[in-house]
Ligand binder design. Structure first.
Ligand code: ZN
Length: 167
């Protein structure tokens, strides 16, 4: 247990705080919540997050800043789409559309979240980029717990039990 480190196929439980390096604004944090548990090396986390935590022991805290290419990627202007407002008619019966609203489009490959960035009577402009795309991100991460993944977890590609999936 004590010689465990964060490595491929380990299950890591961490507390983390993510801030924007320029404004120091906290965009996400596990403080005051349950820590985050994930299977290392299975693309559950942004790539740079795992790379920077490799080799860390329980109780160790690391702080690092990731450029966008190691976090949520660069912004893709082709992921800004104009959608006829009539497509939103069923939704508008319940609530009015507003700029800044986050919605989920049902696409052929699955649900795709987007942000409404412009609104006219005819057209809704949706930004399908991740809200943190194009941004450098600073993380402060403390390792709370480490263990090896079970065969079943490795086969499924995610964590079972507390903090993970239940079947
Ligand atoms: Zn499973």
């Amino acid at each position: 247990m004590t010689d465990q480190t964060v490595k491929e196929n380990s299950v890591a439980t961490v507390h983390y705080t993510g801030t924007l390096p320029d404004s120091k604004e906290v965009f996400d944090s596990s403080e005051g919540r349950d820590p985050l548990t994930f299977l290392v090396g299975h693309r559950q986390m942004i790539p740079g997050f795992e790379e920077e935590m490799m080799g860390a022991k329980v109780g160790e805290r690391r702080e690092f800043t990731l450029t966008a290419d190691r976090a949520y990627g660069e912004r893709d202007e082709e992921a800004v789409l104009q959608i006829p407002r009539e497509n939103f008619a069923p939704l508008e019966e319940e609530a009015s559309l507003e700029k800044g609203m986050q919605l989920v489009a049902q696409m052929p490959h699955g649900p795709a979240p987007f942000t409404v960035i412009e609104l006219t009577d005819e057209i809704v402009t949706g930004d399908f980029n991740h809200a943190l795309a194009g941004q450098s991100l600073t993380f402060s991460v403390e390792v709370v717990e480490l263990r090896d993944a079970s065969e079943e977890e490795l086969a499924h590609g995610h964590v079972h039990g507390p903090g993970g999936h239940h079947h």
